[in-house]
Design a protein. Structure first.
Length: 233
């Protein structure tokens, strides 16, 4: 569900949690998302009333947040964890490319300035397809499970998902994170092919697939909202 709060378009996500005793609100993803955690079986109308009662609180908190960082020439955008300077070269043709110039990591983007954010997003999508498909193949072979399909989206509520039929989905924004974090996310979703839960057996498998799971999970918790906040539109 989309909401307009304090002049921002935000996504409202509702998550049931068996341990929840009451409804709680959380602002995440750099102000792009509002999360509501509810006890199982909560009436959707009760959720709507809860959010409406806290509209003033949400407006106050969102108004304090800085504007979303815009992708533009001169800023640095991370690619696989390495900050890259965005350089606009109008005369250049073709897709955005990652280069190193005099020891500086650069994202070179040609064409009309208006299309620069989209072209960098497209670069991240291409990188995601290349890296994630390779990682999925390796981890899926380890667990002996078949992957039905791999999809890439710009989701503000989660970094990845796995369905019962074996379809894996990933946010292409994960390509801004370091390689170990990308590997962890893929291992996490592939582990769900075997264990559709977050129990001890799931985490044991996740750590087998990605030994640095705890480190990567902590990095994503610390830095994930900052990556989600970057505006590519």
């Amino acid at each position: 569900m989309r909401l307009e709060v304090a002049g921002r378009a935000v996504t409202l996500s509702v998550v049931e949690n068996a341990r929840a005793r009451r409804m709680t609100l959380r602002i995440g993803a750099g102000g792009r998302r509002i999360g509501v955690t509810v006890p199982p079986g909560t009436d959707p109308r009760a959720v709507e009333r809860f959010v409406a009662r806290h509209h003033g609180w949400l407006e106050e908190r969102l108004a304090r947040l800085p504007d979303r960082p815009q992708v533009r020439p001169g800023v640095k955008i991370p690619l696989r964890g390495v900050p890259h300077l965005v350089v606009h070269e109008p005369e250049r043709r073709g897709a955005a490319v990652a280069e190193t110039r005099d020891g500086v990591a650069v994202l070179a983007v040609g064409g009309d300035r208006r299309h620069l954010p989209r072209r960098i997003a497209d670069l991240l999508k291409r990188a995601a397809k290349a890296d994630i498909e390779r990682l999925v193949a390796g981890h899926a072979a380890t667990v002996g499970r078949r992957v039905r399909a791999i999809r890439y989206r710009d989701t503000s509520s989660r970094w990845g998902s796995c369905t019962a039929d074996g379809t894996l989905s990933f946010s292409w924004r994960i390509m801004m994170a370091p390689p170990v974090v990308i590997d962890y996310l893929v291992a996490h979703e592939v582990a769900h092919l075997e264990e559709m839960n977050h129990g001890p057996r799931f985490w044991a498998l996740c750590r087998t697939l990605c030994p640095r799971t705890d480190e990567a999970k902590a990095w994503l918790k610390r830095n994930g909202d900052a990556l989600q906040a970057i505006a590519f539109d």
